[in-house]
Structures are given as C-alpha cells and as structure tokens.
Ligand binder design. Structure first.
Ligand SMILES: NC(=O)c1ccc[n+]([C@@H]2O[C@H](COP(=O)([O-])OP(=O)(O)OC[C@H]3O[C@@H](n4cnc5c(N)ncnc54)[C@H](O)[C@@H]3O)[C@@H](O)[C@H]2O)c1
Ligand SMILES: N[C@@H](CCO)C(=O)O
Length: 353
C-alpha cells in the first residue's frame, strides 16, 4: 500500500469535496486502488494556511466551520494563505491546485504549478487557466523534474475526455470536435427554456456549485474558450491561445430568442468547437447555436456536458457525462492520482525487473 501526502491549494467546493471523499473512502481506495491519501497541508485565500507533517484529519477539516483566517487557530497554521511556502516546503508528494480559474493569464495558479513541479512534486489540477495558457511549459517542467502534471478535470469535470481520447482512442485520428463544455450555461439555458429569468438561473447554478467564482466566465463563453484551447492543443496538436478562439456567450439571448427557437423545434446550446483545416492549421470557436431537437447535442440537459469527436477511422464518437459539480470534479482529481499511481507502480516494477 502506498501513502500519498497531498497539499490542497484552494479549499473551496472541489478541494473540500476531495477532503470529504478522503474522510470516507481511504479504506476502499487502499483495497481497490492500492493507495491512501493523507492531507499534510492546506492553503486558501480566505481561510489561511496550515502544515501538519503527520496529516490533518479530513473529517475535521470538512466539518469545522472555519471563519476568515480560521486556519490560524490550528497548530502549524497561519491566517494568511502562504501558497509559496506551503507548495515548496510542505512534505507533500502531490499538490492539488483548485483555486479560481483566471481566464486572462492563468495566474496565480500557473505559478503554483511551476513552484510545485520545480520542487519535484506532482501536480493535479481542475484549474483551466494553467492548462490552457501554460500547458507546454508545465509539461516540460514536469518531465524535467520526473513528476506528473495531470488535469483531466479541466475540460469535463469528472467525465473522462482527455485520457479517453489520448489513450483509448489512440490512432483513431481526431480531426475536430464540437460540444457542450460548460455546465452552468447549459443549465441556465434549460432553466430559461422552463420560464426562469437569466439572473435567477445563474444564482441556482452558483448554489449548486457549477459556476465559476465570477460567473461571467460561464455565461460569456470564456470558460468554454479555455476548454476549446485545452482540447485543441491536446487532441489536434494545435498551439492555440485563448485570444485566437472567437467567443460569444449566452448573455445576450433573450427570453423571446429562447421561445422563438422552441416554436421552431430548436434549442439554443453554447457550442465550443475546433477543426483541423486542410492546410494543417486549427480554428476554434465558441458561440450559441440553435440545434434542432433531434440533434444529438440538443438533448444534453442541465450541467451535463457532451463532446463529439470527429475521427478519421471511427467517424463521430460522443462522450457525455457530468460537466460540473463539486464531488464530480473531485473525482477528476482522484482519477489523476490514480493515473500517477499506475505510472509510478509500472516504473517501479520495471526498475525491479
Ligand atoms: N466546481 C466545478 O464544477 C468545477 C468543475 C471543473 C473545474 N473547476 C475548477 O476548479 C477550481 C476550483 O473550483 P471550485 O468550484 O472549488 O471553486 P471555489 O470558488 O468554490 O473555490 C476556490 C477556492 O480557492 C480559494 N482561492 C482562490 N484564489 C486563491 C489563491 N490565490 N490562493 C489560495 N486559495 C485561493 C478561494 O478562497 C476558494 O475557497 C476552479 O479553477 C474551477 O474553475 C470547477
Ligand atoms: N463553471 C464550470 C465548471 C466546470 O469547468 C462549468 O459550469 O462548466
């Protein structure tokens, strides 16, 4: 059995959900996956930071209702979020980065990942900023330091799309993709179709833990734009930057636009897509589209996401599943840790042979 010490950077919905899973599922993971997780540090902008080399009790962390700066009351704690010290000095094998996504330059999460990889620590993250903006640099840094940079949750929450496409569909030759890649906007469109107003629908998505800290990113398409960049760069070998992807969100759609679409047996969906052109360049876009009810993506409702990959050898392959949610996204982090564990175990077995 392997014990992985982990440090949580950001203690909001997703990392709190991971702590919740750790509190109950370690025995199951030990039996079925061959490892346990031990939280040795946490740092959060609001709560402060704490290092405990022997491990913090996950249940207490989740259940204690800490006030602002509350980690300062804990042994080894401070009321300030000293991310750099935590990342560089906590005795962690894996840094779990789940702070706010910054769609402009990915900071400070890019620096968090950089510090971790430079310190020889694996990084797992659901933060789209570092992946869309600095994946090449961070992957190279991971390789140079013999550690992993994993980010399955950065596109469709816990629904596997990156590894599915890269591993299970290897050789199928992905030529392009289109999909619903934002749970909040899809949820909001569905609620508006049911007669709810835009602002109330966005509030509901926030309460359910789907929305970004600033939901503008969801409804203006900036979140989908990052995901289009991540998928295009991973699956189509592109090197797109977010500003190269055209982007229109759903905020300008009025109740009458929604009603008119419905009357024509259509439904609005926010579609993110990318295609490899004949000259080898890749073009990406984000925009609301009216799809006929019978279109495969028209029936994808709520915070569910779906992406259809257009492949040379298999035609269209659609992956669908939860695209947002606290526990669902914490699962993505677990799946990244499973991937690291499998790779480490395989490397150790090879070395021993
Ligand atoms: N919630 C989802 O469904 C979902 C799905 C996929 C990806 N993500 C991504 O995962 C990340 C976390 O999502 P969440 O729902 O937990 O967000 P959240 O807003 O609930 O939590 C973010 C936490 O990070 C903390 N934080 C922000 N900046 C920080 C900094 N510089 N240093 C330390 N702490 C900082 C905040 O105080 C907050 O507690 C985001 O990047 C989000 O885009 C979320
Ligand atoms: N806010 C995002 C979270 C998942 O990346 C969404 O609603 O899809």
């Amino acid at each position: 059995m392997t014990l992985y010490n982990i440090a949580l950077i950001g203690f909001g919905g997703v990392n709190r959900a991971l702590a919740e899973l750790i509190a109950t599922k370690n025995p199951l993971w030990e039996r079925d996956l061959g490892f346990r997780l031990n939280i040795v540090a946490v740092s959060d902008l609001y709560l402060g930071s704490v290092i405990s080399p022997n491990g913090l009790d996950a249940k207490t962390l989740v259940e204690a209702n800490f006030a602002k700066g509350g980690f300062g009351q804990l042994s080894g704690g401070s009321a300030e979020a000293d991310n750099e010290t935590i990342i560089k000095t906590a005795p962690a094998d894996i840094i779990v980065e789940a702070t706010f996504t910054n769609p402009k330059d990915g900071e400070p999460a890019v620096s968090h990942c950089r510090w971790a990889l430079q310190s020889g620590k694996h990084v797992v993250t659901t933060n789209k900023g570092p992946v869309a903006i600095a994946a090449q640099e961070l992957k190279a840094l991971a390789k140079a330091n013999g550690v992993h940079f994993e980010y399955e949750g950065s596109v469709m929450s816990g629904t596997p799309v990156i590894r599915m496409a890269e591993k299970t569909l290897a050789g199928a030759e992905v030529k392009g993709f289109e999909g619903i890649l934002n749970g909040t906007s899809n949820f909001v469109l569905g609620r508006m179709e049911g007669g709810l107003d835009f602002a109330t629908a966005v509030k509901e998505a926030q309460i359910l833990g789907y929305a970004e800290a600033d939901p503008t990113a969801d409804v203006e398409g900036f979140d989908v734009r990052l995901k289009v960049v991540i998928l295009a760069n991973e699956l189509l070998g592109a090197s797109l930057k977010p500003e190269e992807v055209t982007c229109t969100g759903i905020s300008k759609l009025s109740p009458s636009d929604i009603e008119n679409a419905k009357a024509a047996n259509n439904r609005w969906k926010l579609i993110g897509s990318a295609v490899r052109n004949e000259d080898g360049t890749v073009t990406g876009s984000v925009s609301p589209k009216q799809l006929p009810f019978e279109h495969p993506l028209a029936g994808v409702n709520g915070a569910t996401n779906a992406v259809s990959l257009n492949t040379e050898l298999l035609g269209s392959v659609t992956i669908t599943g939860p695209g947002a949610g606290r526990i669902e996204t914490a699962y993505a982090l677990l799946s990244d840790i499973v991937a690291i564990h499998k790779a480490q175990t395989a490397a150790a077995t090879k070395e021993a042979a």
